[in-house]
Design a protein around this ligand. Structure first.
Ligand code: THU
Length: 160
């Protein structure tokens, strides 16, 4: 038996104000999207903004449903729409923000496992990393230069 160690490196910005200007602007668009989320059941609002290599910004938010599993996360809403509309585009950057209705979220809220798997699909397809920034409503912003850092032992088509 042997043990393997898997390491990931992320960057942490102390606040949104310390982000590079272009990322700050993308995060602002994610916030606008977040506030338009349809989340009457969880009251947990999530927004995502994607910057494409063609200069377009595509945003998405979580869309819930009375039949709970029929809802969709913000990240997948955004990425599926982006790839449906611009299938040849490369996704450069993704900004994500989440807030709860009953308390201030002050720690970075990472994308869920299903969203990581979905983001990975496009990172592999486009053969270039997606730079991902995520935060709560306030406080630190985490940056992962690639989805790979967020999902070790990724399941990919090479196993099919
Ligand atoms: N949610 C997202 O939109 N993205 C995530 O990565 C985690 C969870 C949504 C799904 C649901 O509408 C609400 O947050 C509570 O789970």
């Amino acid at each position: 038996m042997k043990k393997i160690k898997i390491e990931s490196f992320l960057e942490v910005y102390p606040s949104m104000d310390t982000l590079p200007k272009a990322i700050f602007s993308l995060m602002e668009q994610a916030i606008v999207a977040r506030e338009q989320a349809y989340a009457p059941y969880s009251e947990f609002l999530v927004g995502a903004a994607l910057l494409l290599d063609n200069g377009q910004v595509i945003t998405g938010n979580n869309q819930e449903n009375a039949s709970y599993p029929s809802g969709l996360c913000a990240e997948r809403t955004a990425i599926y729409y982006a790839m449906a509309k611009y299938p040849k585009a490369t996704i450069k950057t993704m900004a994500i923000t989440a807030r709860a209705s009953d308390k201030e979220t002050t720690t970075p809220i990472p994308p869920c496992g299903a969203c990581r798997q979905a983001i990975a699909e496009y990172e592999i397809r486009q053969k270039s990393p997606i730079d991902i920034y995520f935060m709560g409503e306030a406080g630190e912003v985490m940056r992962s230069e690639s989805l790979e850092n967020l999902l070790p032992l990724l399941f990919t088509s090479k196993y099919l």
